[in-house]
Design a binder for this molecule. Structure first.
Ligand code: COA
Length: 162
């Protein structure tokens, strides 16, 4: 592994990212509730980041605009790191870069569906997301929020829509 470099997603990265996601999750994965928030939505490229080992794409995280009730937040996912480069903090760095960029852009909170033990390390918590309803079946303990400013995740409740 050489030095990993990070940058915002560019349009031409899309096919490489699609292939990485297929490898990371297996083809034909169906995270139905999360997919519903991405279908017909437009990812926020400035807040979506890629990790590169030289010219090789090795990581991706994507952010999408959604609303919880009437409140605008960003939805994070998917996140994937190439299997042979895991456990080098590439995933954590991608999440932190995306969250920092979203905070700077004025977003109040980040929502995701994922493993609390992993995302808890970078400030995500199920507790403030108890009243957040995903548009499809999901284990509510995996619905996580991270505030991007003081009180940013407070009072968020209701259905999540794209
Ligand atoms: C999850 C993923 C993005 C992490 O990427 P990464 O670059 O290895 O992450 P980091 O190096 O920042 O963190 C690795 C640490 O998180 C732990 N970890 C990874 N996935 C975890 C999970 N689902 N739950 C709890 N801990 C997890 C690792 O064991 C490792 O622990 P260590 O620091 O004690 O060794 C990567 O494993 C991946 O692409 N997985 C397949 C796709 C996926 O599951 N995406 C997340 C959907 S919720």
């Amino acid at each position: 592994m050489t030095q990993i470099t990070y940058r915002s997603e560019r349009p031409e990265d899309a096919p490489l990212i699609a292939a990485l996601i297929d490898r990371a999750f297996g083809p034909g994965r169906h995270a139905k509730a999360a997919d519903r928030l991405r279908e017909g939505n437009r990812l926020i490229a400035d807040l979506s980041f890629t990790a590169w080992d030289g010219e090789t794409l090795v990581g991706s995280v994507r952010l999408w605009p959604v609303t919880i009730g009437a409140e605008a937040v960003v939805f994070l996912g998917p996140i994937a790191v190439e299997a042979d480069l895991r456990k080098h903090r590439i995933g954590q760095t991608l999440v932190e870069m995306a969250c920092d960029a979203a905070a700077k852009a004025g977003w109040r909170a980040v929502l995701l569906v994922g493993d609390a033990p992993y995302f808890g390390r970078v400030g995500f918590d199920a507790a403030p997301a108890k009243a957040v309803r995903m548009p499809g079946p999901v284990d509510q303990r995996r619905v996580l929020l991270k505030p991007l400013r003081e009180g940013g995740a407070d009072g968020l409740a209701g259905l999540v829509t794209a």
